[in-house]
Design a protein around this ligand. Structure first.
Ligand SMILES: [Fe+2]
Ligand SMILES: [Fe+2]
Length: 171
């Protein structure tokens, strides 16, 4: 049985994952606006992954006979001006998500809810991967600078990312 506090915090994390999906969708639209079609595709795939994260916790609450409470999904307030902006915003967001998961893990541990801690350990690992992935892209964009041709090559490469459901299914 989960405590009310833990249940509430997991519901808040579900919300944060949906907020993440919405943010990435907003960034996809921004990329389309800047004509980075590949990066837009990458962002769409990321939005799908975030929905998958939310659903993972949603199902966990149901499995534990806890109450799912869906909260308002905040609109993304971002207006990136460049591809670098887009990925820097993503990195900042992922760092905030990591901090949130860390806190939630700490609470689960404190409450000796080991099954929750076990469930969250998947997220701890996922956050390491997501931060690294985005940080690598930020560094690449920084290296390319204003080289438009090179940025378009990178954009094409980003567009080759699959839609994320495949990856989620194989985990
Ligand atoms: Fe996530
Ligand atoms: Fe994420």
């Amino acid at each position: 049985m989960l405590t009310k506090e833990l249940e509430q915090k997991i519901n808040e994390q579900i919300n944060m994952e949906f907020v993440s999906a919405y943010l990435y969708l907003g960034l996809a639209a921004a990329c389309e606006g800047m004509n980075y079609r590949g990066a837009a595709q990458w962002m769409r795939a990321q939005a799908e992954e975030e929905k998958g994260h939310a659903m993972r916790l949603f199902e966990y609450l149901i499995e534990r006979n806890a109450k799912v409470e869906l909260l308002d999904i905040q609109a993304p307030k971002v207006s990136p001006k460049s591809l670098l902006d887009v990925f820097q915003l993503s990195l900042k967001h992922e760092q905030a998500v990591t901090a949130s998961i860390d806190k939630l893990y700490g609470l689960a541990f404190e409450q000796r809810s080991f099954s929750t801690a076990h469930e969250l350990s998947w997220f701890l690992k996922e956050q390491i991967e997501e931060e690294k992935q985005v940080r690598d892209i930020v560094r690449t964009i920084e290296m390319l600078g204003d080289d438009a041709a090179a940025l378009l090559d990178l954009d094409r490469e980003l567009g080759s990312r699959s839609n994320g459901t495949e990856q989620a299914a194989s985990e």
